[in-house]
Design a protein around this ligand. Structure first.
Ligand SMILES: C[S@@+](CC[C@H](N)C(=O)[O-])C[C@H]1O[C@@H](n2cnc3c(N)ncnc32)[C@H](O)[C@@H]1O
Length: 277
C-alpha cells in the first residue's frame, strides 16, 4: 500500500484526458515505478472510464510542446483519445500534440470575452481548443487558427469538422510570424498568444495582425515571490514590448492561469492596445 503522503502527492499530478490518465512523475517524494504501477492499477479499477494510464517522466518540451517521454503503466497501450471540454470534442494524441485539461477555465474565460462579429487570430492554436470553443460559445466572424506542428494541424482540421465550425475557424499550418506577415496583417480585433516561450518575442507580429486597436492575450511564465508584484511585473513586460513598437497600452490586467513549477506561475495579460498617432 502507498502511504497517505505519497498518495496525496500523486493524486495532484494526475491529468485525465478523455479515457487516458497521465501521471506526472513527482520530482521529490521517493515514488518508485512499482508505486506508480500500483496507482495506475487502482486508477483503472476506481475510474471505469479510464482505459489507459501513462507516466510522463519530464515536462512538455521542444518547439511543439509535446510529451516525448511517456512510459506505459497500465491498461490499453494507446495515446489517441477524444477529449471533451465545454460541450466540444477534440481528437488528440498525447504523444504528438500539446493538450491539457488545466487550461479548461481559461479557454471558456477568453471565449466569453469575444464579442459578436470579431475576427480573432490564435497564433499558437494546438489542436484548436481555444479557437473552437470561441466559435461555439461566442459569435466571431472568423478565427484564424495557426499551429506549426503538422500533427496538431491535422487534428485541428478534424476537430473543426467534428464540431461543425468550418465556416468560422480557419486552420493554418506554419510559423505564426510568417503567416501573419504574409496574409493576416490588419485583420484582427483580438490576438491570442498561448505560448509563454514565444509570446513576448512575437508581440510585434501580434500587433501587425490587429486593425489598429484591439485585444492581446499574452501568456507568460513569471517567478512567484510573495508580495513581489508578479502580476504587475507581467503587465510591465507586455507594456514595454508594445510601447517600443509605437503602440500604446490603453488598459492591461493580469491573472494567474496555473502553477507550472516550484515558484513558477503561468499568467495571462489581457491588454487593450492601440497604434499611436
Ligand atoms: C502551449 S501549446 C498551445 C495550446 C493550445 N492553445 C491549447 O489551449 O490547447 C503551443 C503550441 O504552439 C505551437 N507553436 C510553437 N511555435 C510556433 C510558431 N512559431 N508558430 C505557430 N505555432 C507554434 C506548438 O506546436 C504548440 O501546439
Amino acid at each position: 500500500m502507498l502511504g497517505r503522503d505519497k498518495a496525496a502527492l500523486l493524486w495532484k499530478r494526475i491529468d485525465i484526458i478523455g479515457d487516458i490518465a497521465v501521471i506526472k512523475k513527482p520530482i521529490h517524494g521517493g515514488v518508485s515505478i512499482e508505486d506508480l504501477r500500483l496507482v495506475a492499477g487502482e486508477l483503472l479499477r476506481r475510474l471505469p472510464h479510464v482505459r489507459s494510464v501513462w507516466l510522463a517522466t519530464g515536462p512538455v518540451g521542444g518547439l511543439f510542446k509535446v510529451r516525448r517521454d511517456l512510459l506505459h503503466l497500465a491498461g490499453e497501450k494507446r495515446t489517441s483519445t477524444v477529449y471533451r471540454e465545454h460541450g466540444a470534442e477534440f481528437l488528440v494524441d498525447i504523444s504528438k500534440v500539446f493538450i491539457t485539461p488545466r487550461l479548461s477555465f481559461e479557454h471558456l474565460r477568453v471565449a466569453r470575452l469575444v464579442k459578436p462579429g470579431e475576427t480573432v487570430v490564435n497564433m499558437f492554436a494546438g489542436v484548436g481548443v481555444f479557437s473552437i470553443i470561441i466559435a461555439l460559445k461566442s459569435r466571431p466572424s472568423k478565427v484564424y487558427s495557426i499551429d506549426i506542428n503538422p500533427d496538431a494541424y491535422r487534428l485541428m482540421i478534424e476537430n473543426i469538422r467534428l464540431n461543425r465550425v468550418e465556416d468560422v475557424v480557419e486552420p493554418m499550418l506554419g510559423d505564426s510570424a510568417r503567416i501573419v506577415s504574409e496574409s493576416l496583417r490588419g485583420v484582427a480585433d483580438r490576438v491570442l498568444m498561448p505560448l509563454p516561450d514565444l509570446a513576448l518575442d512575437y508581440i510585434g507580429h501580434a500587433l501587425d495582425a490587429l486593425r489598429g486597436r484591439g485585444w492581446l492575450h499574452v501568456y507568460l511564465h513569471v517567478d512567484y515571490e510573495r508580495g513581489k508584484g508578479h502580476l504587475r511585473r507581467a503587465c510591465k513586460l507586455v507594456e514595454a514590448e508594445v510601447e517600443r513598437r509605437g503602440w500604446r497600452v490603453v488598459e492591461a490586467k493580469a491573472r494567474v492561469v496555473r502553477s507550472v513549477g516550484p515558484k513558477l506561475l503561468q499568467v495571462v495579460v489581457d491588454a487593450v492596445v492601440r497604434r499611436d498617432g
